[in-house]
Design a protein around this ligand. Structure first.
Ligand code: ADP
Length: 429
């Protein structure tokens, strides 16, 4: 048995070489350079091949559901995907006004071409326990296997709807966007185009009450048109879906006008129409799962709770921020230990014993161990405080602001590499 491993090759903006040629070159490079592959990993050394050097920007072996983090090449089946991220962000916007004079146009949805520059790296920057990201990818893969096998929908059915719910700031919207981007890369051999359509639930529902049912319908007509192009894969993101669907519960309790009910019904009818289309995925998020209409929840194939980051995820978020500061020259060069290394040191106190300060290698190691321990301690404090992923991404900014105060200019011209030593700031981080 061979494990499928996805290799993602980002093409240079000016690359005009045929993608099948590049894919072959990448395959040959991997086969001649590696006996084993680490999952995930960024590959280096391919730029000695002039064709690859002029056409490729980055080659990444993606994480996978394989049983180990490193496997011999002969146990792997390589799927090589090439992609060229689009420069532009939003390509189209739908307004939900009628366009009449005095009628404010409020954005009902925006569409962007995928893969796009803005969401590059987003997938890798999200850290979740329990392999949530891989679970979502495996689900999509399963729906394709079933669709390809022409499974009778009367016997086995699915809705192509995913619901992520949990506290605000836990990365639900980011995960939907990152997944859309990932799919656009992974499915590029099936679909020549991919698009992400983000529905602005608030604007669709909160205004023009009596119109909202029609507006949902109109929006979904646009989506249906997009999906009619079978070469285009469409991800529909309904953010804060509870604002669309809480209405029915309210209507039943007599607290919402029946227009709210019309919106929910319109949405559910439209979702039912989409489920037979192979080239669409509906992702929704909610901060208030209890407020979502049960008929909507019932339609979701996956209802995934996304909670506050645990200790390991907090460590990874803080580590990635610190590494970015080092990479951009804001901190002097240090190696921030991986989570595994930091935990190993924490669990084996003898690691730090016997480091002689006169031995440069030993003192370097001692420094890394100190940083690892400080970050783990900080991760525990953040968890006790219940900090969300959003708050954690902000934390390094606040820490840096406190550290540099008004005394040091943060401009690139004056803050030369190595100006700030993480050693001195350890107590603060
Ligand atoms: P939500 O939709 O749940 O309110 P967002 O997707 O808007 O959250 O995330 C807000 C910010 O927090 C993003 O910049 C995201 O990268 C970051 N973030 C949240 N959770 C995580 C996580 N588990 N790992 C890494 N970054 C996270």
């Amino acid at each position: 048995m061979r494990w499928t491993v996805h290799v993602e090759v980002r093409l240079a903006p000016k690359s005009r070489r045929r993608v099948d040629i590049i894919q072959n070159l990448v395959r040959e490079f991997i086969q001649s350079s590696y006996e084993r592959l680490s999952l995930p990993s960024v590959l280096h050394g391919w730029d000695v091949d002039s064709a690859l050097a002029s056409s490729v920007e980055r080659i990444v072996v993606a994480e996978s559901s394989c049983p180990a983090n490193s496997l011999p090449l002969d146990e792997l089946s390589l799927q090589i995907h090439t992609y060229q991220p689009s420069e532009s962000d939003i390509v189209e916007e739908y307004a939900n006004g009628t366009g009449a004079e005095g009628d404010d146009q409020v954005h009902a949805a925006s569409v962007c071409e995928l893969p796009c520059k803005s969401w590059e790296g987003l997938w890798d920057s999200l850290y979740y326990p329990d392999n949530i990201k891989l679970k979502l990818l495996d689900y999509i893969h399963a729906t394709f296997v079933l669709s390809d096998a022409n499974i009778d929908f009367n016997l086995v059915s699915w809705n192509r709807v995913v619901l992520l719910h949990g506290p605000p700031g836990t990365g639900k919207t980011s995960l939907c966007r990152a997944l859309a981007q990932k799919l656009s890369i992974r499915l590029s051999h099936r679909y020549t185009q991919a698009r992400l359509l983000e529905i602005n639930s608030h604007s669709l529902f909160s205004r023009w009450f009596s119109e909202s049912g029609k507006l949902v319908q109109r929006l979904f007509n646009n989506i249906a048109e997009m999906v009619d192009d079978e070469d285009c894969f469409v991800v529909v993101l309904i953010d804060e879906v509870e604002s669309l669907t809480a209405a029915r519960a309210g209507a039943m309790a007599g607290t919402e006008p029946s227009d709210g009910l019309r919106v929910v019904n319109a949405l559910l009818t439209q979702l039912d129409k989409l489920k037979r289309r192979k080239n669409v995925l509906v992702m929704s998020t909610s901060n208030l799962a209890k407020a979502i209409d049960s008929a909507f929840v019932d339609r979701a194939d996956i209802v995934q709770y996304v909670g506050m980051p645990p200790r390991q995820a907090i460590y990874e978020i803080l580590r990635s921020a610190l590494c970015e500061f080092v990479a951009k020259g804001l901190l002097q060069h240090v190696i921030v230990p991986t989570l595994e290394d930091a935990i190993f040191v924490e669990e084996n106190t003898w690691c730090t014993d016997g480091h002689s300060s006169s031995d440069p290698t030993a003192s370097l190691r001692a420094e890394q161990e100190r940083i690892g321990r400080a970050l783990l301690k900080l991760a525990d404090m953040c968890r006790e405080q219940g900090l969300s992923g959003r708050a954690l991404r902000r934390l390094p900014v606040l820490a840096l602001a406190q550290y540099i105060g008004g005394g040091v200019s943060a401009s690139r011209s004056t803050a030369s590499p190595g100006v700030m030593s993480p050693n001195g700031s350890q107590a603060d981080i």
